[in-house]
Design a protein around this ligand. Structure first.
Ligand code: HEM
Length: 481
């Protein structure tokens, strides 16, 4: 065999090997492509997808009825769409909630719009993963453990009573939603954080919150620009407050810490002195906590009153519960104890049922950090996942006659990942206990001191993107004799 023939044969052999490798590779890809079945659904128009349909339904507070439910009927509990430029899979049902919420950090991470991240700050808990997330949650939880809650109850009672004396006394009508907002802001700042509310602070914070879901476009007068400016003002104020607190704690040593059980700012600043958190983390998380508590708790309060107005039998039961507590309360200033608040069970059932029908947060977005295999479908890495509270709250598989208002259904325990106004998994609401105290204590003092009625019994709910009563839930009030 000549050298030419050998090299010719070598070339043919090499070409054959390359050919086999190429086809084997292609086969693997096509096999994996074959296996990669995306969930059913319609991605809608290029780029914007079904964003318009989504927002149209959301604005009318018909996200479930007009957007989610018709797609569940057509495609099943898991379907794909495209929202705000991102391919998104909407998942529904307790099993899907469990899978996606409990796999936070492993398969998915929370995903917020750029405007929210910029306004809350990249160091807020919602942007944190792993150890940093655990550390911040630990500090928040240390103020909401049993001794923290015990210390919080009298503070909230005083704040609510002062609020009623200042904003309700002498009035015959007011916006209940607005009143709840002013109160919640004070409860978070003064009772939880231990920061005195100064005039103008609420307005500045609300300017920040208005931009949280606005497009992150900066031009003079835009919602986002106004919010950014307000955020800078808040930052200046908070830097001063944090540094003063640091000085105070350093000067008083360990004693100050003990004095201020349940005061979150002290705990955060103590963590800062230890080197566990930075000054920026303290500030970003104060802003985040106000955002997390403000519209959510106020809406839950507003819907609780709306439901009570529409269901007089429930109101009678609830009122009796508070009259009984008041009758046995001989303490000066009618301050409640944590033990008494724990006994107010029916009111919490009413609030929970109101949040089932009107969840303050309809759900939230996650981002897949790996290709996810779920129920025979692949959710590709980088896609968004949207879990919704409606998917279970309105499903008769979990709640009998789901559209009817029935607080008694909460006498039974509810299976996990079915009732989700406060989310679930590692990112379950960190302020759940505070929200509960705020709602129950506010209801207690209102119903024992005032007769009240809705001015517009059928007031509609709007979403932008969080829900709120369109006219602010105005009520007529008169002091009880
Ligand atoms: C009725 C009132 C409230 C409702 C319905 C509510 C609802 C929620 C929901 C659904 C989540 C999870 C979001 C997600 O999975 O992406 C959440 C998270 C959170 N909530 Fe609440 N919330 C309420 C009140 C509060 C209050 C009063 C505070 C504290 C002052 C608070 C602090 C937080 C924080 C810090 C997180 C983030 C937890 C984390 O990322 O680990 N919330 N809340």
């Amino acid at each position: 065999m000549t050298i030419d023939q050998v090299s010719w044969m070598f070339c043919v052999l090499a070409a054959m090997i390359a050919f086999i490798i190429f086809f084997k590779q292609k086969n693997i890809i096509s096999c994996s492509k074959y296996k990669r079945i995306l969930p059913p659904g319609d991605m809608g128009l290029p780029l914007i997808g079904e964003t318009i349909e989504f927002f149209k339904a959301q604005r009318k507070n018909r996200l479930f009825d007009d957007f989610v439910q018709p797609r569940i009927t057509k495609y099943g509990n898991i379907f794909k769409t495209r929202l705000l430029g991102s391919p998104t899979v909407v998942v529904n049902g307790a099993e899907a909630n469990r899978f996606f919420l409990s796999n936070e950090f492993k398969l998915v991470i929370s995903s917020w719009p750029s405007s929210s991240v910029q306004l809350m700050g990249i160091d807020s808990i919602m942007q944190k993963q792993g150890e940093q997330h655990r550390c911040l949650r630990g500090i928040i939880a240390s103020c909401l453990n049993s001794s923290g809650l015990e210390a919080l109850v009298p503070k909230i009672c005083n704040t609510v009573q002062r609020h009623l004396d200042t904003h309700w006394q002498g009035q015959d009508r007011l916006s209940l939603y607005r009143s709840a907002k002013v109160l919640t802001f004070t409860v978070v700042f003064e009772c939880l954080l231990g920061i005195k509310v100064e005039p103008g602070m609420l307005k500045t914070f609300e300017r920040v919150l208005e931009g949280v879901f606005a497009p992150a476009i900066r031009f003079p007068g835009s919602r986002f620009s106004r919010a950014k400016k307000a955020r800078q003002e808040i930052e200046k104020l908070l830097v001063k407050v944090v540094r003063e607190k640091r000085k105070e704690i350093m000067e008083k040593g360990g004693n100050k810490e003990k004095e201020e059980v349940g005061m979150l700012l002290s705990q955060l600043v103590t963590g800062m002195i230890r080197g566990d958190v930075t000054e920026k983390e303290v500030i970003d998380n104060v802003v985040l906590l106000v955002f997390a508590a403000h519209d959510t708790t106020s809406f839950a309060i507003a819907m609780t009153f709306k439901m009570l107005a529409q269901h007089s039998d429930c109101y009678s039961l609830l009122l009796q519960e508070h009259v009984d507590i008041k009758k046995n309360n001989k303490r000066a200033g009618e301050i409640l104890t944590l033990e008494e608040v724990k006994k107010i069970k029916y009111t919490w059932q009413v609030a929970r049922e109101s949040m089932r029908l009107f969840p303050p947060i309809f759900g939230s977005f996650r981002k897949a950090v790996a290709d996810i295999q779920y129920q025979g479908f692949t959710i590709p890495r980088g896609w968004k996942v949207l879990w919704t509270a409606y998917g279970t709250h309105c499903n008769e598989e979990y709640f009998e006659d789901p559209l009817s208002f029935n607080p008694n259904r909460f006498e039974e325990s509810i299976p996990p990942y079915v009732y989700l106004p406060f989310g679930g998994g590692p990112r379950v609401c960190a302020g759940y206990q505070l929200a509960k105290l705020n709602i129950i204590i506010f209801v207690h003092y209102v119903v024992t001191r005032y007769d009240w009625s809705l001015i517009y019994p059928n007031e509609s709910i709007t979403m932008d993107p969080l829900p709120f009563p369109s006219h602010g839930l105005p009520i007529k009030i008169s002091p009880k004799l």
